[in-house]
Design a protein around this ligand. Structure first.
Ligand code: 4NP
Length: 155
């Protein structure tokens, strides 16, 4: 079993998008019993909330259902449970590095390390327009494919 946690700031836009897209790819390949997926935010502002309506709508147009997801905050215990903890941007990554316990063996890094696209951060779409949400999905789809290929080699 491999366990993957996607992390952004609020857990209502980028990491739920990654959760929905990557989970769909895992299911499509019949690997849901071998790869577990979750998402979280470094901040607590939106704990318990559904994903942002704009993220849910953009994902739905591409066939992904984010409606069942609810926001939670990343916690220290996540570092003992998840094999991969993947941050959407450098700020998320440094906040996670601060709470990572010494006895964690999790791979902690940037999600976009798994794409060939020449960008290292999934930009926060919260204060922008619809194009930002489409860009999030483009990046997330590419990195999800790369991540899944990587994890399949470890199974
Ligand atoms: P996310 O986007 O980190 O991709 O979920 C954000 C959501 C909410 C806020 C910032 C970013 N906020 O400031 O409330």
């Amino acid at each position: 079993m491999k366990r993957v946690l996607f992390v952004c700031l609020g857990n209502i836009c980028r990491s739920p998008s990654a959760d929905g897209v990557f989970s769909a790819m895992v299911a499509e390949q019949g690997l849901s019993h071998q790869i577990a997926v979750d998402s979280a935010g470094t901040a607590a502002y939106h704990v318990g909330n559904s994903p942002d309506k704009r993220s849910t709508a953009a994902a739905k147009k591409r066939g992904y259902d984010l409606s069942v997801l609810r926001a939670r905050q990343a916690v220290e215990a996540d570092f003992l449970e998840f094999d991969y903890i993947l941050a959407m941007d450098h700020e998320n990554l440094s906040n996670l590095q601060r709470i990572k316990p010494d006895n964690s063996n999790s791979h902690l890094g940037l999600f976009l390390d798994f794409t060939q696209i020449n960008e290292d951060e999934v930009p926060d779409p919260y204060y922008g327009g619809d194009a930002g949400f489409e860009h999030v999905l483009d990046l997330v789809e590419s990195a999800s494919a790369g991540l899944l290929a990587h994890i399949k080699r470890e199974l």
